[in-house]
Design a protein around this ligand. Structure first.
Ligand code: PGA
Length: 257
């Protein structure tokens, strides 16, 4: 059965000290409310800035179901790539996950589906779980191109993987027009796209792989609307930006299954 997941994307926010304060509050919640006893038995991930990965990972070590991730990685293992961070560095810092292809990376840093495919490969080779982000911009939705755009992102970024490899990937559907805008996709819009994505996976691989793939929704998901989004059959949790920076809100979202 596929896993329910709530992931916080801290983006470029919080000092290390502030991040440790936030992770301590989330860890306290998990200690008092073991995740396996909550509805849906969700896994919880904190995608922190690189500078925070080691200390935040260390601070939550041993807490079942709670892990960390980096928000990006480089395609190469090591070498003369000043300012970059490799998957083995991320792993050695204690993270289990890495975000690949967040729309801000695509838009501001020119990351193409082709580069992202190499990042997915690097992550998997290192034993990290890649969370691959996809989603259309507003013009694409208004032109009714959203299904095609997401299909291409998945085909180029992921669908070259074998079924065995694909089984290790998590997908986050994040309509770009909903990210940080306060405009959330309606539960119907989210369900429609998630079902479409699951159908593509079924066509490419098989029903079992499709049914076992976790597909998260992201884009202005918050403590108030998480429950109605997560109630949809094909929505397996959320990738949370702004609302992941407040422990109380994030912990409410964790309990929204
Ligand atoms: P948001 O961000 O929740 O602040 O809209 C989501 C994301 O970018 O992952």
């Amino acid at each position: 059965m596929r896993k329910k997941i709530v992931a916080g994307n801290w983006k470029m926010n919080l000092t290390v000290q502030e991040g440790l304060q936030l992770s301590a509050e989330i860890a306290d919640f998990v200690k008092n409310n073991p995740l396996e006893k909550l509805n849906g038995n969700p896994a919880v991930i904190m995608f922190t800035p690189f500078t925070h990965v080691y200390s935040v990972s260390d601070s939550v070590k041993g807490l079942k179901g709670l892990s960390t991730g980096a928000q990006n990685c480089h395609t190469e293992e090591k070498g003369a790539f000043t300012g970059e961070t490799s998957v083995s560095m991320i792993k050695s810092a204690g993270a289990l996950n890495v975000l690949v292809g967040h729309s801000e990376r695509r838009a501001y840093f020119g990351e193409t589906n082709e580069v992202l495919a190499r990042k997915v490969k690097a992550a998997m080779d290192a034993g990290l779980t890649p969370m691959y982000c996809c989603g259309e911009v507003l013009e694409e939705r208004n032109a009714s191109n959203h299904f095609e755009v997401v299909k291409e992102q998945l085909e180029k970024g992921l669908f070259w993987l074998s079924a065995e490899e694909f089984a290790k990937v998590v997908i986050a559907y994040e309509p770009v027009w909903a990210i940080g805008t306060g405009v959330t996709a309606s539960p119907g819009q989210a369900q429609e796209m998630h079902a479409y994505i699951r159908g593509l996976i079924k066509d490419k691989y098989n029903n079992e792989v499709a049914e076992n793939t976790s597909i998260l929704y992201g884009g202005s998901c918050n403590a108030k609307n998480a429950a109605e989004l997560f109630a949809n059959k094909d929505v397996d949790g959320g990738l949370i930006g702004g609302a992941s920076l407040k422990a109380e809100d994030f912990c409410t979202i964790i309990q929204s299954f």
